[in-house]
Design a protein around this ligand. Structure first.
Ligand SMILES: *Cc1c(COP(=O)(O)O)cnc(C)c1O
Length: 435
């Protein structure tokens, strides 16, 4: 499979999947996409109910990766990627919650991180003679999923930059209690400082001489490919109702949505995607007005979606032939306020006895609106994190204590191993060189 950067319009710089993964971001600043979307066998969606979840995932992975990873190795990677439940929970008539939070750090990002870590470890061993240093800036979910995914991977060290005092206590423990090849850097600054530092480090010529540098943000194609697995697995179960199907995706950087959308373009018989955003409404505005204008991010209750310049827009733009009419054919989008998110979380808990997290609540509301107007349709929203990951927000809304799963509590008991660093690229660089 040949990959190109979204900015390489003349297609001058073809890359293997391995190179696309190891580089993360293309050198021209674009994001990698396959030359053309791969095809799945005709019978794939037609007879999907006869295919096991592992084989569904494997067939999709092979379509994107070809023979760059031997089949037996890829099969093992895929099995380890989805070795937890991905249930569809019926919340009410015609509406399901696709619970993507049963992995090690209880957010959907586990799926992408587990796959990327294993794929990268394979390529490092095959193609590189050097150690890889993965640098990631985080305010929560990404860093914990990446840490859990890469922990113990040979030939790779991960440096997690997070803002001191700005990550919730339980999230923080998921970042800084690993040790081993996971190096937590507690930055005396903001999340934006962390991101700026990560960028500086990744571009540092001196560092590049001593190690191969890579990033683990949602721009990496190795996070996108596995995120399409669970759409197909959900489709397999929804198909039996013989109704038009929609997926509703609570979105920030639009990596989750882009993954499902690729599968739709590859033949998955889904009617529509609903992109649910919080007050960061660049995408719904783009769909209604036809003009894409990024904006500074706003702080909301669903903070993993507080993105003012969605990085995967560039991929969607290519996938939709750079034409807003194509977007409108396949997608709808709505911005949901914090007040509505609060109200939805509370009401669904009280009337349906189902506890949403703030991101899932955004998705629930957007899907509910759509289903009210389309009673013949059946839909699933992606529940992207366990409510206990956002315990402070959820308990404040409900005015009661919620249960914290043992999996999360286990982190709370572990000892912190982090290095304090100032907002100073030279100082952080020394840590990267020494640790
Ligand atoms: C990252 C994240 C999102 C947004 O996903 P994108 O792929 O960036 O659109 C939504 N919900 C949760 C809980 C997340 O961690």
């Amino acid at each position: 499979m040949i990959y190109y950067s979204t900015r390489d319009t003349d297609r001058k710089n073809p890359q293997t999947f391995a190179n696309a993964v190891l580089q993360g971001l293309a050198s021209d600043g674009g994001l990698f996409l396959p030359e053309k979307l791969p095809t799945l066998p005709n019978s794939f969606f037609e007879h999907i109910e006869r295919i096991s979840n592992e084989d569904i995932a494997l067939q999709i992975a092979v379509a994107f990766i070809g023979d760059e990873i031997p089949l037996d190795v890829l099969k093992q990677i895929v099995v380890e990627t989805i070795n937890f439940d991905l249930p569809l929970f019926p919340v009410k008539e015609n509406m399901f919650s696709l619970e993507l939070y049963h992995g090690p750090t209880m957010a959907f990002k586990d799926v992408g991180a587990r796959f990327m870590a294993r794929v990268m470890a394979y390529f490092v061993k095959q193609h590189l003679k050097q150690e890889v240093k993965v640098v990631v800036a985080t305010s929560g979910d990404t860093g914990s999923a990446v840490a859990a995914g890469f922990f113990g991977m040979e030939g790779i060290k991960v440096y997690i930059l997070y803002p001191k005092g700005k990550v919730s206590p339980l999230q923080e423990k998921q970042l800084n209690t690993w040790g081993g090849n996971i190096i937590a850097l507690e930055v005396e600054g903001s999340f934006d400082d962390c991101q700026a530092l990560a960028k500086q480090l990744l571009n540092d010529e001196e560092l590049k001489h001593t190690a191969y540098l890579s990033s683990a943000n949602s721009i990496n194609i190795a996070r996108l490919v596995p995120q399409s697995f669970y759409y197909a697995i959900a489709y397999k179960q929804l198909k039996q109702y013989q109704k038009p199907i929609v997926f509703c995706v609570p979105s920030g950087n639009f990596g989750n949505l882009a993954a499902g959308f690729m599968l739709k373009l590859m033949g998955m018989p889904v009617e529509r995607f609903i992109a649910a955003t919080n007050a960061n409404d660049v995408f719904p505005k783009f769909l209604s007005e036809g003009v894409y204008a990024s904006a500074p991010s706003k702080v909301t209750l669903s903070n993993a979606m507080d993105v003012g310049a969605p990085s995967n827009f560039e991929r969607l733009w290519q996938l939709c032939d750079q034409d807003v009419a194509v977007f409108r054919k396949y997608m709808q989008s709505i911005s949901v306020s914090d007040a509505t998110t609060t109200n939805t979380l509370k009401t669904v808990y009280e009337t349906k006895n189902y506890l949403l997290d703030p991101h899932g609540a955004v998705g629930y509301y957007a899907l509910d609106q759509y289903l009210n107007e389309h009673p013949d349709v059946i839909g699933a929203f992606l529940e992207t994190a366990h409510p206990a990951k956002f315990v402070e927000v959820v308990e404040h809304i409900l005015q009661e204590k919620i249960n914290i799963p043992a999996k999360l509590m286990a982190f709370a008991a572990k000892e912190k191993v982090a290095f304090q660093v100032p907002v100073d690229a030279e100082a952080v660089k020394r840590v990267l060189q020494e640790k």
